[in-house]
Design a protein around this ligand. Structure first.
Ligand SMILES: *Cc1c(COP(=O)(O)O)cnc(C)c1O
Length: 478
């Protein structure tokens, strides 16, 4: 069946028009979804289509149904979670990626996709200043990047103990000790559970007020291990932006022949910026790193990188071999050798395009700007009575407690109320989290359109919401 050229153009042009209009309006609209999940479920529900329907009609209907339930994640005043904002240059590259439809398993089948990835691999290692001979797997995000790095770790530490985990699995293998900070990201525990290392069967290391591993506690714990050891460190704690003391962790790990993996989903990008690079000191001494493209680099979803110093361990732990797959020479890079999947989208194109567009300088400037914005917001909010910023704002993360002088319960209630009010107002978006047993508002400054002006406008809106919540509370009490 041949596609009618006019129909093809009408569908793709329509999509481009709608996408452009969406992006043009994003700054002016509320920085949240207008309709809830329950409402969206109703809006999308319809009987299973028995007969097909014209392409343009379907896409038009999709836009109409989805629009009210879209969250303004690409907006300039969106500070929820720690997520990027799909830069338009990445979006354009991503559209072409879909249009080209390359199954990026191996370089023989898709030379352009594999080559763009190989080029982007070199740029990433250069910009993040990690060992240039490391290998980079282009995965869906940091969750899978963590899993991939830890799979390579598992392979290497067991091999040193005389065990081939790829061939023989974990059953009967020497037990592997996993050391991990108490404030590690939940997805690292998910990766451990998928890999058969268990999320409970770990040695959790005490952390300080910023969620950073206590280096002395780490050294004591690793000295108590006597088998293969994997240590997991973190660059950028999701609440505080804290960085583990990598140099000391690596030093203690070397003595035990342990592998150190780093979850640097967003924080590793601090390494790309002269003003923040010192925070990552010693991270290049580790063995594997997980970092996202779809956070601070602003690529569209899904895009993360699994970076492994020992390229052989990386490849060994990920490679699926089959006779019908063109075999790559031992030193030839095949995208599928470095990721869990065989068939996948050509993630290298968007990464290549964004890095080329922003350049090393543009990435550094963006990281510095976001950190500046975070400090400005923290300063503005701390100036309000009874508002406390609970972290040292060294990176892009700010956690804020409202009703700081009140009882813990009142403080929790007030903080919840401010978050709800801010979301309702829609000037900016912020979410909440629990930190050290108390509810806090979390602000992550990580969207490329956010600048000082948008940050200050947002801080004002949050301050106003706090004033309104406080005066409501006083009236209620009175
Ligand atoms: C976001 C994040 C992850 C998970 O990354 P995904 O891209 O969502 O899979 C892991 N660790 C940290 C520190 C994160 O911020």
């Amino acid at each position: 069946m041949r596609q009618n050229g006019e129909e093809l153009r009408s569908i793709l042009d329509f999509a481009a028009d709608k996408a452009t209009a969406y992006r043009e309006e994003i700054a002016a609209r509320p920085q949240r979804a207008e309709r809830s999940y329950a409402e969206m479920c109703q809006d999308f529900a319809m009987p299973t289509p028995e007969k097909g329907c014209g392409g343009l009609e379907v896409i038009s209907d999709l836009v109409a149904r989805a629009a009210p339930g879209l969250n303004a994640m690409t907006g300039p005043r969106f500070f929820g979670w720690v997520i990027g904002a799909s830069h338009p240059v990445g979006v354009a590259a991503d559209w072409l990626t879909s249009a080209w439809g390359q199954n990026t398993g191996n370089h023989t089948a898709t030379p352009a996709a594999a080559a763009a990835e190989a080029a982007a691999e070199g740029w990433l290692l250069d910009i993040l200043d990690l060992p240039r001979s490391a290998s980079v797997g282009f995965v869906t995000g940091a969750t899978v990047a963590n899993m991939t790095g830890l799979a390579a770790a598992r392979s290497a530490v067991l091999r040193r103990a005389g065990w081939d985990v790829e061939a023989d699995g974990l059953i009967g293998a020497p037990p592997v000790d996993v050391l991990i900070g108490d404030d590690a990201h939940t997805t690292v525990f998910a990766a451990l559970q998928i890999l058969g290392l268990g999320h409970r069967r770990v040695r959790r290391i005490a952390t300080d007020t910023a969620g950073r591993i206590d280096a002395d506690a780490f050294a004591r714990e690793i000295d108590a291990c006597d088998g293969p050891v994997i240590a997991v460190a973190q660059a950028g704690q999701i609440n505080t932006g804290g960085f583990d003391p990598f140099a000391r962790i690596v030093e203690a790990a070397r003595g035990r022949n342990a592998w150190v993996h780093v979850d640097g989903a967003f924080g590793l990008w601090a390494r790309a910026c002269p003003e923040t690079v010192a925070l990552t000191e010693g991270v290049d001494g580790c063995d594997s790193w997980a970092v996202d493209g779809h956070k601070w680099l602003q690529t569209p979803y899904d895009c993360g990188y699994a970076i492994v110093r020992d390229a052989d361990a990386h490849r060994r732990s990920m490679t699926a071999a089959a006779s019908y797959l063109p075999g790559a020479g031992a030193d030839e890079r095949d995208p599928s050798h470095l990721t869990p999947e065989l068939s996948r989208r050509a993630r290298g194109f968007a990464t290549w395009a964004i890095i080329r567009h922003l350049g090393r300088q543009g990435i550094a400037d963006m990281v510095a700007r976001h950190c500046r914005c975070a400090r400005l917001m923290a300063e503005r909010l701390s100036a309000e009575p009874d508002v406390a910023v609970l972290n040292d704002v060294e990176l892009n993360q700010v956690i804020v407690r409202f009703g700081a002088g009140e009882t813990p319960e009142r403080g929790d209630a007030l903080t919840h109320a401010v978050i709800a009010r801010v979301q309702e107002d829609g000037v900016c978006f912020a979410g909440g989290a629990q930190w050290r047993g108390q509810w806090v508002m979390r602000l992550s400054v990580i969207s490329w359109p956010t600048d000082e002006e948008e940050a200050m406008r947002s801080a004002e809106a949050i301050a106003k919401a706090w004033q309104a919540v406080r005066s409501d509370a006083v009236q209620l009490a009175g």
